[in-house]
Design a protein around this ligand. Structure first.
Ligand SMILES: C[S@@+](CC[C@H](N)C(=O)[O-])C[C@H]1O[C@@H](n2cnc3c(N)ncnc32)[C@H](O)[C@@H]1O
Length: 280
């Protein structure tokens, strides 16, 4: 496994993913009852933007870099930008929080966070980051296998975020689909959010077609292209499949996605869409 998220932390795909993650968690925490949030591919949880990895690609400059400096962020993105600001309290963008830290910020005292990370070095850093947070449980193991072992959570409410590195390219979709089917059998009412890269829509179509036929009764995809998907050689955009979306999340994303497109566009052909696969 070669993937290191430090090269990509804070890029346009992270902004998209994390803004949607916060919208999901805000919707779920609007109800009083405790919940459990699973992050199957957690990463190290916090990334220094002056580290060699981040500096080498500079990807964050066309992501969080566009939102942090300059005029106030568009209204639909302020919740997300405030969360990044909370990690950079002196007003200078130095670090970028990963999904575990953003989720921990959004969750309440009686919620739980289950974090899986398979690379030792990343898992060690993650464990150190959450050493003093009794809500967080770090597992240095395969996130897909962990779902089999740990679902459903005792709370019977919550979210599973699946955010793999896609080193297997299209092969990862088959792994995700199998994991979702098993997870659905164990916990049909959980909310599931799956991030995926878009080079070309052709590569994603079979995955989405299969999920349009089940097993979840309700599912949509939110997608952002920062440029047209006319070259399979680069990351042109990304999407999030949301199964069992919380009530009115689609309406919330209908304002969030255009703001993401306008902020993160890298060419005039940038676009966004939200499409129900099942059960609108
Ligand atoms: C895209 S990064 C995660 C980023 C993180 N979710 C965030 O938003 O901050 C993917 C992570 O998954 C880890 N990983 C790869 N395969 C895994 C597996 N089968 N189970 C758990 N973690 C895995 C990688 O080491 C990497 O840190």
């Amino acid at each position: 496994m070669n993937y290191r998220h430090a090269f990509h932390a804070g890029n346009f795909a992270d902004v998209f993913k994390h803004a949607i993650l916060l919208a999901l968690l805000d919707a779920l925490t609007a109800k009083d009852k405790p919940l459990c949030c699973f992050d199957t591919h957690a990463g190290r949880g916090l990334y220094a933007l002056d580290d060699v990895e981040a500096a080498k690609t500079g990807e964050w400059r066309d992501g969080i870099g566009r939102l942090f400096a300059g005029p106030e962020a568009p209204a639909p993105l302020r919740r997300y930008v405030d969360a990044i600001r909370a990690c950079n309290p002196d007003g200078t963008l130095r670090v970028y929080p990963g999904s575990p830290l953003l989720a921990a910020q959004a969750l309440r005292a009686n919620d739980r966070l289950v974090l899986c990370e398979m690379q030792d070095e990343e898992a060690v850093a993650l464990r150190a980051l959450f050493r003093d947070d009794p809500r967080a449980h770090v597992h240095a193991r395969d996130g897909y296998a962990a779902l089999n072992a740990l679902l459903p959570p005792a709370e019977r409410r919550g979210l599973v975020l699946i955010d793999p590195p896609f080193e297997e390219q299209e092969g990862e979709f088959a792994t995700i689909e199998a994991a979702l089917r098993k997870a659905h059998a164990r916990w049909p009412n959980g909310v599931y959010a799956v991030w995926y890269p878009i080079k070309s829509h052709r590569n994603i179509a079979p995955f989405l077609r299969h999920l349009s036929a089940g097993p979840f009764d309700k599912a949509f995809v939110a997608e952002l292209l920062v440029r047209p998907d006319d070259s399979t050689l680069r990351l042109n955009g990304c999407g999030m499949l949301v199964a069992n979306p919380p009530w009115q999340l689609d309406a919330r994303l209908a304002t969030l996605l255009p703001a993401l497109r306008d902020t993160l566009a890298q060419s005039p052909g940038a676009s966004q869409r939200l499409r129900w696969l099942r059960g609108e």
